[in-house]
Design a protein around this ligand. Structure first.
Ligand code: OGA
Ligand code: MN
Length: 290
């Protein structure tokens, strides 16, 4: 097995690891170490199926159960696709389900709005369009390191409130009262240090609503400045999918988004598992219903 840095500002490729056949805890150790160091790990030519994806994911920790909204809700998969989960046919572009896909085109960190934040997501390509449909990833670790010391000090001890109601409102999506009752307004620390190497990163993106204790507009302005800073070209890259690719990203240290493709004419099916961060600091003890 070999680990090769990507031709990008961060991230690596793991070569020669047969994850589809299942790997031992011993074989997983260098993958986990590479994940902590590089924030993104790409494995190519290892087409996972649902069972092998779950088995590989569990090396990182427990998989989240997907909540309502996603067609795969109730399972451990979040399905990113323009194909109907039952029939496999294309979903009409004006269907409510396609809202979900549009939300993925905003920079975000998965599950930031949950009381327990996520460690990482694992996305596997099952069907890919001939053009577009890339995934772009930005490093909040590199972005933090490039802030001036005074800017770092300003953000270091802040908490933000994260909310799915807020992020979906940005694309004009309204939840019903009933749906809102199942959701939370959660708080997480914006800046966290990696437990292995101490590198600091930031939890930003569309789900970050405002800064706790700050005037709402002032907090939103800072969050939007920090996200804009993070997504500068020197801190991000686009992953162009090939059949059988698997990508793992660190939700503690990255933002990501999907890019458009011709969803009327092409097929795209990606399966995501989302692994919980089981550390104490990933749990918001104050989470209250939205
Ligand atoms: C996700 C996501 C981006 C993509 O699965 O969490 O944002 O390119 N996906 O499908
Ligand atoms: Mn996502």
């Amino acid at each position: 097995m070999d680990i090769k840095p990507l031709d990008a500002p961060f991230g690596c490729e793991v070569i020669g690891l047969d994850i589809n056949a299942g790997i031992s805890a011993e074989a997983f150790k260098p993958v986990r170490a590479a994940f902590e160091e590089y924030s993104v790990v790409v494995i190519r030519g290892e087409p996972l199926n649902d069972d092998s994806q779950i088995a590989f994911s569990e090396h990182f920790g427990p998989c989240e159960k997907t909540l309502g909204g996603n067609p795969a809700a109730g399972s451990v998969f979040a399905r990113q696709s323009n194909l109907d989960i039952k029939t496999g046919e294309s979903i009409p572009l004006d269907d409510r389900r396609m809202f979900y896909q549009r939300a993925n085109m905003m920079w975000h960190a998965d599950s930031a709005f949950k009381p327990r934040a996520s460690l990482c997501s694992i996305l596997s390509a099952r069907e890919i369009p001939s053009a577009g449909g890339n995934t772009e990833i930005a490093s909040t670790r590199l972005a933090y390191a490039a802030l001036m010391p005074a800017q770092q000090a300003e953000v270091d001890d802040l908490y933000a409130e994260y909310s799915l109601v807020w992020s979906r409102s940005l694309i004009g999506y309204q939840f019903t009262e009933q749906e809102r009752a199942t959701m939370h307004r959660v708080q997480h620390k914006i800046v966290r240090a990696n437990p292995v190497n101490g590198a600091k990163s930031m939890l930003l993106g569309a789900h970050a609503d405002h800064i706790v204790g700050w005037d709402i507009d002032r907090g939103r302005a800072l969050l939007s400045d920090l996200s804009a800073h993070t997504t500068r070209p020197e801190f991000y890259f686009a992953h162009t999918w090939r059949d059988g690719d698997v990508m793992i990203w660190d939700n503690r240290a990255c933002l990501h988004r999907a890019t458009p493709y011709d969803a009327g004419a092409e097929r795209r099916l990606m399966q995501r598992t989302t692994i919980s961060d089981i550390s104490d600091e990933a749990l918001d003890p104050t989470a209250i219903a939205a």
